[in-house]
Ligand binder design. Sequence first.
Ligand code: ADP
Ligand code: ZN
Length: 753
Amino acid sequence: MPKTVGVAVSNATFHFDKLYTYAVMPDQQEAVRLGSMVLVPFGRGSRARMGVVLACDEEPEHAKLKYLFDVAPASACLTPELLRLVHFLKERTFCTYYEAVKAVIPYGAQYKPALAADGVTPVLQKQLTRHTENSYKLVGALQQKPKPTAKQLAAVALLSGGERTQNEMEAHGITKAVLDNLCAKGVVECSKVNKSIDLYSSIPLKNEPITLTAQQQAAYDALLPGLEDTAPHSALLYGVTGSGKTLVFLKLIERCLALGRRALVLVPEISLTPQMILRLKSRFGRRVAVQHSALNHTERLLQWQMIQDGGADIVVGTRSAVFAPLENIGLVIIDEEQEHTYRSESAPRYAAQEVARQRAAENGSLLLLASATPSTESFYAARNGRTQLVRLTQRYGGNPLPSVQIVDMRAELASGNPREISLAMEDAIRRNLDAGRQTILLLNRRGYQTMAQCDDCREVLKCPKCSVPMVYHKAGHKLLCHYCGTQLDPPPKTCPACGGKLLYRGFGTQKAEEELAQLFPEARVLRMDQDSTAAKDAHEKLLARFARHEYDIMVGTQMVAKGLDFEDVTLVGVLGIDSLLFAQGFRAYETVFSLITQVVGRSGRAKDPGFAIIQTTDPDNPVLNLAAAQDYDAFFEQEIAYRKLGLYPPFCGLCVVGFSGPKEIEVARAAARFSALLGRQAAQQPDLPLRVLGPTPGNIEKINENYRYKLTIKCRADKRFRDLVRQTLGLYEQEKLPAKATVVVDMHSDGDI
Ligand code: ADP
Ligand code: ZN
């Protein structure tokens, strides 16, 4: 029972992020332990702040310690593994303790600060009032006189099989009145149990056995020893699109559960979770918990609670699900492991893979990365034997990969077609429509027209707060900034710089939708982008409708490209991705290759072979051509050579330090000062390999009135380097530079900030 504790306090800055020592009142000592959520008085005004106990019986730093305000019950404690993850995140990502805590438990905590009934005493208040329901249990025999009713007999018969909830009884036609009556007779006893909401209870259980193909079976057999062993292992399942990677997952999960262990499944984005949930729930039923950001607050906390209480064998979710409080993990699957959505872009800036690897090491699990287009780093590791490599080279059902045609859009314009949909594309869509098949079209720009340009001075109209073009949205008849949300309503007709006439041009998803409606008035077109899927569950519902063939054509941004499995889709069109081809950042080629391979892979997955068309103004581009040929191996050879030559990961670590603030000159100076401080520290360790580039302005120079600069550091991503950065951050804060430019350090950036 600790008398003093070391607490990580919320809202600390990096420099002041240490453990603060507090005294524990005798009546709190029973409840306090490592991982306890606490409320503490902080600073001169002793304002209440949230905190987490990370050390016990600390040596007091002053004679007069403050006392804790309040302690949450032990059930809200962070588990020992999650506590270790907090330290892991702090060490690896340069976040504060509390930022790590917030990442590890949803919404920061299950408790929030409040005032007691007296209106002055700060206390912790539970965020989630427990949802309970009635549960019934047989405790006595039913008398034969007076003659029991049919419903009473039915109720007793049901309960003789075990305890059941009111909901379950009602589903069998037995009302609460009947149960109340049986309780009064002493035959049945009612108790309150925690409601575990079964989010996807409408999904029917299908338990037909899985028969793997010979190749899938071979992959499964190769992975099995790593799963059955209690030491940690890692593997890369590299399987072409439609090869049935998910079936291999299901079999492995089945085996994992049979071994008495649990499984964690990560998918790259929310749009893919419904499909994975469906497959897992229909196979494994209720003991599947879900963690992703589209759940509302209560749903998410309830699911979290279910996992923490040991009620889940499988957890499926997006990036943050990697922190699920699941114990005894035997298998961690990261599907589409190359996706950037696995890297967090706000503090803590972690990659799900590194956290998963850490958890796999602690639990002795098999970490399985899977993809049709693995990240260059992962494939390199596999090829060099640091990770097991398992391949699936054939599509299920023996279909060939889709054949792909590249259409030159410059020639299209020259031949007099003013549309953004080429004649070849139009023709293919029409044939597909006539055959009663479905089409998926990809366009990575949302909105209607993507820029407004002055006819006289050629200036592109930019957001007043950001250095990016504004996008015209036809639905609301306004210009919108996709970075800060600024609107110009109504859209201006003349150039703000010279008064010349503004021309609206460019091609976004809304315009594509309109062009399709003109070309194919009879077709039912579904648009999928951030705007059309903003409502809760919109993704899921729209995809379900597309699956039921209530639409003929789906046009959308990247969210239509990945993972979807619809058997009637036999045509995929890429309307435009050229802006990605010319993007900066060392992963740009990999991203384009992966995106095209993925979207093309949506075509021809079931009975009929698929076809795909890619429109571009750069038809000879080597990356496009390799993607069209779906030749990952050739792409990898080219990419790894480029990475080696340019010194990029996996041949070095890349650390990007970003600076931002309202005064450009101060931001630039702060960045230069950081660079100088880093150089000074590094000079003390001349053997440390280090190459510092910059500072340079960010790729987007201004976002929301804040100017941006960056330093790019090529390094060896190890503890020594991290210590160096940490010292430099400390010096930067000591010189009070964060007031001029906030600083962030990202070890997972692709340099494109
Ligand atoms: P991937 O994730 O590799 O792109 P999926 O796992 O989505 O591929 O499989 C593609 C399609 O083939 C799915 O509809 C899946 O149900 C089907 N499929 C793959 N393998 C089998 C199998 N062994 N038995 C039945 N259906 C399979
Ligand atoms: Zn803006």
